[in-house]
Design a protein around this ligand. Structure first.
Ligand code: NAD
Length: 423
């Protein structure tokens, strides 16, 4: 199939390269010159394990451009993968989705052949049919579900595991209204053996939000129980080992620690809360999930103060800046809240991450950055572990004060003074 992919971020690039690997030809579209040029030079503008190798292997099956017209004319299906960040008030910012729908519509007005447009970006229920559809119809002069196909196909990949998640998803959700679009998408996903759930468009949109809301709830729940365990002198991980053995519960994601960050969970939960409020609902559980999550990283600072009374002038090492291991993404990383608080308290911050330093430096240009994890450990008065990169298991923590938000076993065993946030 000939596929155009709009937006070359974590979702667009991985999805496009994944489909290239399955034998499709891909045209990437992005507004960012740097990304377009890098992709055409077979370089990935984001860090995702295995992605650059996969790009090299599929050389000749894809290219990138800024030109929507060229991409739409030369493809049969378009996947919208642009960002849907939060506005100040937590509501969803649809400006990128709207801008891409406009451009797609304009390009479709010049195309005679049937074309399918698929929204893969995470959008609130109703967005595809009430916002994207009218824009494309207005700009193209065509009618959705008749002259062109329209679908919503939420994405569930996890950064850091995105390639594996692309090829082996737990499920594929296809939100459609007309038979023609449905059969095109079934054809697109014919190589995948996981369960495929075909729903109406709004339901597909809601499945993504409900999934993320549940995952976020599971984390904040684990943290709340974990905080109680800590006060009682217990290890939350032992507790959740026992809890997770119940087949109705499932052990995955009971990772008590300093909470969730990233480009999805926080903004998606906030967007769902705002939408629920607009509908006159009181999303009490979701509000509590965010509240627990905002406070959780600050517990690390409280634990630090138990051992270092005044932080003023002390050099505090932050191990890990990415919102999770395996990515260079620092959006809503827990490190942001922790570093801000440390600066407020007058500490000197020394930071390190194997992949995310450059992105973090854009947010905090004035703190110090270590050139290696070893250097950070050696030079810090106290160390805070914020991201669980596997390499952090290989460091020598002997003689050090370590406050751990992510449970690095070696630090737990070796540090002179050790505090885990929920254990
Ligand atoms: P991203 O910010 O990494 O990438 C978005 C890309 O879109 C950028 O390269 C940007 O330059 C480009 N773009 C913006 N406006 C454009 C336009 N008008 N035309 C063409 N390109 C444009 O975003 P992401 O993390 O890949 O997320 C994309 C969507 O997928 C979001 O809705 C997100 O919630 C959802 N999602 C993300 C993940 C994840 O792990 N990152 C997982 C599942 C779903």
């Amino acid at each position: 199939m000939k596929i155009s992919v709009i937006g070359c971020g974590y979702v667009g690039l991985v999805t496009g390269i994944g489909f290239a690997e399955l034998g499709n030809s891909i045209i990437f579209v992005d507004t960012d010159d740097v990304k377009v040029n890098m992709i055409n030079a077979l370089k990935t503008p984001i860090y995702e394990p295995g992605l650059e190798e996969l790009m090299g292997r599929n050389k000749g099956r894809f290219y990138a451009t800024k030109d929507y017209r060229e991409a739409i004319q030369n493809s049969e299906v378009t996947l919208i993968c642009v960002g849907t960040p939060s506005m100040e008030d937590g509501s969803i910012d649809l400006s990128y989705v709207k801008a891409s729908a406009e451009q797609i519509g304009r390009s479709l007005s010049e195309k005679d052949e049937y074309h399918i447009v698929v929204v893969k970006s995470t959008v609130l229920p109703g967005t595809t049919e009430e916002i994207v559809k009218p824009i494309i119809e207005k700009e193209s002069g065509k009618r959705a579900f008749e002259d062109f196909g329209l679908a919503m196909n939420p994405e569930f990949l996890r950064e850091g595991n995105a390639i594996e998640d692309f090829f082996k998803p737990d499920r594929i959700v296809i939100g459609v209204r007309d038979e023609s679009t449905r059969s095109w998408l079934e054809e697109l996903y014919r190589f995948f053996s996981c369960p495929k759930l075909v729903t109406d468009i709004k339901t597909a949109e809601m499945i993504k939000y409900a999934s993320n809301a549940f995952l976020a709830t599971k984390i904040s729940f684990a943290n709340e129980i974990g905080n109680i365990c800590k006060k009682l002198g217990m290890d939350a991980y032992r507790v959740f080992e026992g809890v997770g053995l119940d087949h109705r519960i499932n052990p995955a994601f009971f990772r008590a620690g300093i909470g969730f960050g990233g480009s999805c969970l926080p903004k998606d939960i906030r967007a769902l809360i705002r939408r629920a409020e607009e509908l006159g609902e009181q999303p009490r559980i979701l509000r509590a999930v965010i509240e627990v999550n905002e406070n959780q990283p600050l517990r690390l600072i409280e634990l630090l103060k138990k051992h270092v009374q005044s932080l003023r002038g002390k050099k505090i090492g932050i191990l890990g800046l990415a919102f999770k291991p395996g990515t260079d993404d620092v959006r809503e990383s827990r490190a942001i809240l922790i570093v801000k608080k440390l600066i407020e308290e007058g500490a000197r911050v020394l930071a390190y991450d194997p992949k995310a330093v450059e992105n973090f430096r854009k947010l905090f240009p004035d703190i110090e950055y270590a050139s290696s994890a070893e250097e950070l450990v050696a030079e810090s008065d106290a160390i805070m572990i914020v991201t669980e990169w596997r390499d952090f298991e290989n460091l020598d923590y002997r003689g050090k004060i370590v406050i751990d938000g992510r449970r690095i076993e070696r630090a737990m065993k070796e540090a002179k003074i050790y505090e885990g946030v929920c254990w």
